[in-house]
Ligand binder design. Structure first.
Ligand SMILES: Cc1ncc(COP(=O)(O)O)c(C=O)c1O
Length: 437
């Protein structure tokens, strides 16, 4: 089995695992249909190629004089340029490498010199960090228009340092008008941060033309699953704040009584950096920048419409939406099925059909409460998704609603599993082989 098979994968771009076969509970194997891109996306071929190419040169960054160290250092530092070009960052915006979006938002939360205003529909990563410095939560309205009016009222009522909004909802995929929000925030003397964890893998973002001050996203959701993330943003707050971590690499000089901290980005990157992760992230930015945006958006729209249209014909399926007037969304479809627990449906899709979806509350508990559901299913689409995958998902749901599952399922410790479970996992010889043990 090869990791990439352009000929056999009808995907838009070659991603690892596109010809993966997975075991079924009833016996045999089937091609894996991955609908969990919003959680973690498979690696793009350009990403794994870049990492494989760098591995022989992998050595200490910043501190070594050896040739391999110099190559690794160049690779690490030039990655900032790839990210900045991908986002068309402004001259005063620095690229700080982190572990993921959560890390980036926590870093920025420690730098903000005042209150942060957020909407109540955010992922926990863009809700919880701001509580440290004064967080003001605005409840969304039924429409984006009315939600914006509420934001305006909040920003006008009392000065806020930052407006922190999601670029695309991780539950429904709906998009906010970022350029307009940036303009509004700036009129009120407020800066804007965009949590682009779900937006960056799907849409091009232009920091200069939109006026976005800070932006964070994760490599693993943007086809670079090697443990790096990024915070890009205006230098002054980052330079004035305490270093995110105190340690080597973040300083200019140290005596036994004093320390002179380096400016950003080094100021917030203490410790040995994740060179391979950063190289992977840069490769993903380069590769995504080369794709034709219209083709990517059309591919996703077509598959998303096909999925919605197909699921609409299944009795009991209900879609989740935040706003009545949202004009656009990335390839994420969240839904419930009357009479079926989302966890059981997800277990059934995996066990009997080799389809991977996400179920639960998606780290957005306030949003799920607002939408009046305890849990839901989420199917998310990416560069490797095909029309055949979509049709399989629709058929599998239709079969479930029509005839019920063909296997037994039970819930233990909060998770649904087939009973008996016949598929090999990590603790079996086949599973261990997949892990490379
Ligand atoms: C919108 C959004 N923000 C932030 C995060 C957190 O990302 P990470 O777990 O990579 O830090 C996620 C993860 O699902 C997300 O969807």
């Amino acid at each position: 089995m090869t990791a990439f098979a352009d000929q056999t994968c009808a995907a838009l771009a070659p991603v690892s695992g596109c010809d993966l076969r997975v075991p079924l509970v009833q016996g045999g194997t089937i091609g894996y249909a991955n609908f969990d891109y919003a959680a973690s996306a498979p690696a793009l071929r350009q990403v794994t190629d870049r990492v494989a190419g760098l591995l022989p040169y992998y050595a200490s960054v910043h501190r070594g004089a050896g040739y391999a160290s110099r190559v690794s250092t160049d690779c690490y530092e030039s990655a900032r340029g790839s990210v900045a070009r991908f986002l068309n960052a402004a001259d005063d915006q620095v690229v700080v490498f982190t572990r993921n979006t959560t890390d980036s938002l926590n870093l920025l939360a420690a730098c903000v010199p005042g209150d942060t205003v957020v909407l109540d529909v955010e992922h926990h990563a863009n809700l919880l960090p701001w509580t440290r410095r004064g967080r003001r939560v605005v409840a969304v309205a039924d429409t984006i228009e009315e939600t914006i009016q509420r934001l305006v009222a909040e920003l006008c009522s009392k000065p806020a340092a930052l407006l922190a909004v999601t670029g695309a909802s991780n539950v429904t995929g709906e998009l906010l008008p970022l350029e307009r929000l940036a303009w509004i925030a700036h009129q009120c003397g407020t800066r804007i941060l965009v949590d682009a964890a779900q937006l960056a893998p799907h849409r091009r973002i232009d920091l200069r033309t939109t006026g976005i001050d800070y932006l964070a996203f994760s490599g693993h959701k943007a086809y670079a699953p090697f443990g790096a993330g990024v915070l890009v943003g205006r230098r002054d707050w980052l330079d004035q704040a305490e270093p995110y971590l105190a340690g080597g690499g973040a300083v200019r000089s140290v005596t036994d009584r004093s320390v002179e901290w380096a400016p950003a980005p080094q100021r917030h990157e203490a410790g040995s950096p994740n060179v391979l992760g950063v190289a992977a992230l840069a490769a993903a930015c380069d590769a995504l920048a080369e794709l034709d945006e219209t083709t990517v958006v059309e591919h996703e729209r077509y598959l998303t419409h096909r999925l919605r249209y197909g699921l609409k014909t299944v009795p009991g399926v209900d879609f989740l939406h935040i706003w009545r007037d949202s004009a656009d969304a990335v390839g994420i479809v969240a839904f419930t099925i009357e009479g079926f627990e989302p966890g059981q449906v997800a277990a059934y899709l995996s066990a009997e059909h080799g389809i991977g979806v996400r179920d639960g509350r998606f780290c957005a508990h306030p949003l799920l409460s607002r939408l009046g559901v305890d849990a839901a299913l989420r199917a998310s689409i990416g560069l490797g998704t095909t029309a055949d995958d979509v049709d399989r998902l629709i058929d599998a749901i239709a079969t479930l609603v029509d005839r019920g599952p063909a296997w037994n399922y039970a819930r233990a410790e909060g998770h649904w599993s087939p009973v008996p479970e016949t598929r090999p996992f990590g603790n079996s010889a086949e599973g261990a082989a997949a892990c490379g043990f």
